[in-house]
Ligand binder design. Structure first.
Ligand SMILES: N[C@@H](CCC(=O)N[C@@H](CS)C(=O)NCC(=O)O)C(=O)O
Length: 310
């Protein structure tokens, strides 16, 4: 991570733990919005902003899906980092179909953070939204970036998609809260737990959440409302990594996804949409998660699982 703008220590996936061995995720450091009246002058303009992502990262992929669902590819460049973590965090290698950083010439994502704030302290995470005009980070919180794409860029969007219709906001936020705690972040809490008890608690919540989704989807096509919403984007990114990485590496192995017929049918409905399907790079997901040395010291990437849906 960065401390006062200097890269320190080897990269550790365990961001922080509480006294019971439970994984704690850090808060994001840049939280600006984009708008004609933005106090920092971040106006919504085509060609001005760059979205830096990793295809291994579920948080980054939710912003990529939103970008494509909204039809904003023409308005914003995307740069993709190598999915394999290095001692200096995310790197621009140009390998595995990823990008070099032709925008800022950075070799690692942490260099973007220190360009934005030479005294930055915190983890150098993706996704991040970069402003070419001011040479800084607008936002590095995927939940915010999703709203920026949905709302702040709606004037530039080519598809009339609203991922947070006003009438559904309460239901979306309630479902999101459960999904985040028990599923999106729950799998990480299982994977990075350092005590049996913390793992046991987390894995139970992961599968209770799958039970809840399966029951909810028995009579519904989407988790909230009649069209895919932000909630479906959030559910999808964890489902897409479930059998590939969380079942094995994170020990979320009570059951594979196929044991949940309604969830599986729902996941296939989402996969049929190009904006969702194009966000899934199984090779990046496996290479990235299995490069976490704290969980997989040999770095060996498993051959399977062979899945009929990816
Ligand atoms: N709150 C952030 C979390 C992003 C996050 O944790 N990204 C991970 C990749 S999946 C990361 O970049 N980790 C690098 C690190 O923690 O040093 C968001 O949702 O945008």
């Amino acid at each position: 991570m960065l401390v006062d703008g200097r890269w320190v220590d080897k990269w550790q996936p365990v961001q922080a733990s509480d006294d019971q061995g439970r994984f704690i995720r850090q808060d994001s450091g840049f939280r600006h919005r984009i708008g004609a009246d933005s106090p920092e002058g971040f106006a919504p303009e085509a060609g001005r902003y760059v979205l830096y992502v990793a295809y291994v990262c579920p948080w980054a992929c939710r912003t990529l899906i939103a970008l494509r669902l909204k039809g904003l590819e023409h308005a914003m460049d995307v740069r993709v980092v190598d999915p394999r973590l290095t001692d200096q965090g995310w790197a621009f290698s140009g390998e595995l179909g990823t990008d070099l950083d032709d925008i800022n010439g950075a070799r690692h994502v942490h260099a973007l953070y220190t360009l934005a704030d030479p005294a930055y302290t915190g983890r150098a995470t993706v996704p991040l939204l970069w402003d070419r005009s001011r040479g800084t980070i607008v936002n590095n919180e995927s939940a915010d970036i999703l709203l920026i794409l949905n709302d702040d860029f709606s004037g530039l969007a080519r598809h009339p998609v609203d991922l947070r219709p006003a009438a559904l906001v309460e239901a979306i936020d309630a479902a999101n809260a459960r999904l985040y705690a028990d599923f999106n972040n729950g799998v990480y809490q299982a994977g990075f737990a350092t005590t049996q008890r913390a793992y046991g608690e987390a894995v139970r919540r992961v599968f209770e959440c799958l039970d809840w989704m399966d029951a909810r989807l028995a009579n519904a096509r989407w988790l909230v409302g009649e069209q895919p919403t932000e909630t479906d984007v959030r559910a999808f990114v964890t489902l897409a990594r479930f059998d590939l990485a969380y079942y094995g590496l994170f020990k979320c192995n009570l059951r594979p996804l196929a044991a949940y017929p309604n969830v599986m049918a729902y996941f296939r409905r989402l996969l049929a949409k190009p904006a969702f399907a194009s966000s899934v790079r199984a090779d990046h997901i496996k290479a990235g998660y299995y490069s976490i040395r704290a969980l997989n010291p040999t770095g060996i990437v498993p051959a399977g699982p062979l899945l009929d849906y990816l």
